[in-house]
Design a protein around this ligand. Structure first.
Ligand code: FRU
Length: 501
């Protein structure tokens, strides 16, 4: 044993703690950090064949604090390699949410050897102290080695309004205006300010948007993005997405969006200011961010933090807390009510498919007998069904030990019920039944459900409705069952794939 000890030591150093990603609630195909706390995704950017995911990270514990940017890279948005912290808290200034751009033309002067470099734009947060309020300013850091090492700009901050709440810059290159554009939040005023810059260092204020829509809490994580219309990839419209905490649709944090036009300086809402549209109808999708620098012709892809500020610090996972949603491809769909955001899991997910269960027919009892063989805790389920008068129908997932999660349809609503899903008593706000009105007039009902041990993401009617919720089922709860109350559902079609870690 003594002779084996050094070998074991080398193995642990090389590969980390054995089974580091195999704890009971550890998502298998969603990103979560090996240890410690994460919240918002930050600085998502595609550069030279790599997707970069930065994220709000506390390197010293599993609750919020010492905010820094953690870092992971991937070639397919599915397999992530965690790298050392990219931007650490320093001199008492925490690194809050922000974005990363590829500076192709060295507009910033930060890029070396005539090559493009990465520039991060983030909020520096100095906590308040006796007699001094907190301060939030916008700052830069750059990297000339594909994000492996970073230098904070010596001229920071680049934008200072001397405010305690002024944060979360979303920066991108505007083709219309031929300059960098920043959307940044004034959280308590329910406003998004829009700035322009030729060099990322000096910023000119162009316009503001808000208040509008939901204003029940602070506005955070604004995103201004150009989204293609379904079936007409050359036509686009702009979406301004805003996080809200509290005051989200299902309580706590949630996100709304506005659809409109952006002329390079000003965002004009297509809808009346009172109209409120929600990006996700579950409790657990917040501060979603799209990738900058996506390869030409690729649809925008967004990742969110899968949690809610109501109980993020209490969720029963360790040694990590917090994970990201599946990357979601975006487009806008024309509906009778106007343009609506559509979200679908990226195609790369299909490459993780393993064992497959498929069934088509009308006999529910026969389906459930066949499903007895399906016992997975990380899977993708796609199904379509003609309800035919059924008052309610759907799926019971992660069932066992008297608990289950219900994903169902009833009274024109899609719902996810986690009130009896397992551990739910760590916060009074956790047990919940979240619901969403379903777009009318399309039978059969179609939906995709992604389950990953402790996460349930539902995409209904081709992605027009997304619903993201966390669950903490009992050990071994893996049974899957179709149910219906009243009526007789017909033409049930279901495909389930186990997804590989
Ligand atoms: C949103 C948020 C951001 C802020 C960050 C701090 O979840 O509050 O507004 O930049 O988290 O961690």
């Amino acid at each position: 044993m003594l002779r084996l000890a050094p070998l074991l030591f080398v193995w642990i150093c090389a590969f980390g703690q054995p089974n580091a990603y195999d704890q009971p609630y550890r998502p298998q195909y969603h990103f979560s950090p090996r240890v410690d706390w994460t919240n918002d995704p930050n600085g998502l950017v595609y550069f030279d064949g790599e997707y970069h995911l930065f994220y709000q990270y506390n390197p010293f514990g599993d609750v919020w604090g010492h905010m820094s940017w953690g870092h992971a890279v991937s070639r397919d948005m599915m397999h992530w390699q965690e790298l050392p912290v990219a931007l650490p808290e320093e001199n008492g200034i925490m690194i809050f949410t922000g974005s990363t751009v590829v500076d192709e033309g060295n507009t910033s002067g930060f890029c070396a050897n005539g090559k493009p470099c990465l520039v991060a734009v983030y909020t520096g947060h100095t906590p308040g102290a006796a007699g001094r309020p907190a301060l939030q300013t916008q700052n830069l850091a750059y990297s000339n080695d594909h994000g492996r090492t970073w230098t904070k700009y010596s001229g920071n901050p680049v934008l200072n309004l001397h405010l305690s709440d002024f944060r979360d810059p979303h920066v991108f290159w505007s083709n219309a205006a031929r300059r960098w554009t920043m959307a940044v939040a004034l959280p308590d005023d329910h406003k998004v300010l829009i700035y322009g810059s030729g060099n990322l260092k000096t910023w000119e204020r162009l316009s503001e948007f808000g208040p509008a829509g939901a204003t029940g809490g602070q506005w955070e994580c604004p995103i201004l993005m150009e989204i293609p219309l379904e079936g007409k990839p050359r036509q686009t419209r702009w979406v301004l997405k805003v996080g809200l905490n509290p005051g989200g649709l299902q309580g706590g944090s949630g996100e709304q969006y506005f659809v409109g036009r952006f002329d390079g300086a000003r965002f004009a809402n297509d809808n009346p200011p009172s109209a409120t549209l929600w990006t996700d109808y579950g409790k657990d999708c917040y501060c979603a961010l799209p990738f900058n620098g996506m390869p030409r012709g690729e649809a925008p892809v967004m990742i969110g933090w899968m949690n809610n500020w109501q109980y993020a610090a209490q969720v029963p996972t360790q040694p990590w807390r917090g994970q990201m949603t599946i990357p979601r491809r975006l487009h806008l769909k024309s509906t009778t009510e106007g343009l609506r955001l559509v979200q679908e899991p990226v195609d790369a997910l299909q490459r993780l498919r393993g064992s497959h269960f498929a069934w088509h027919g009308d006999d529910m009892a026969e389906l459930n007998r066949a499903l007895a063989a399906v016992r997975w805790s990380s899977f993708e389920l796609r199904s379509a069904v003609v309800p035919d008068g059924a008052g309610e129908l759907g799926w019971r997932l992660l069932a066992g030990g008297g608990k289950s999660v219900t994903v169902g349809f009833g009274a024109g609503q899609l719902f996810v019920d986690r009130t009896h899903s397992g551990i739910a008593d760590f916060s009074k706000d956790f047990p919940a039944r979240t619901s969403a009105p379903l777009p009318k007039g399309r039978a059969p009902l179609e939906f995709t459900i992604l389950v990953d041990r402790s996460t349930v993401e539902v995409f209904a009617q081709g992605g027009q409705v997304a619903m993201t919720n966390l669950v903490y089922p009992p050990a071994g709860a893996q049974a899957l069952e179709f149910y219906s109350v009243g009526g007789k559902p017909r033409r049930i079609g279901v495909d389930v794939w186990e997804l590989k870690p």
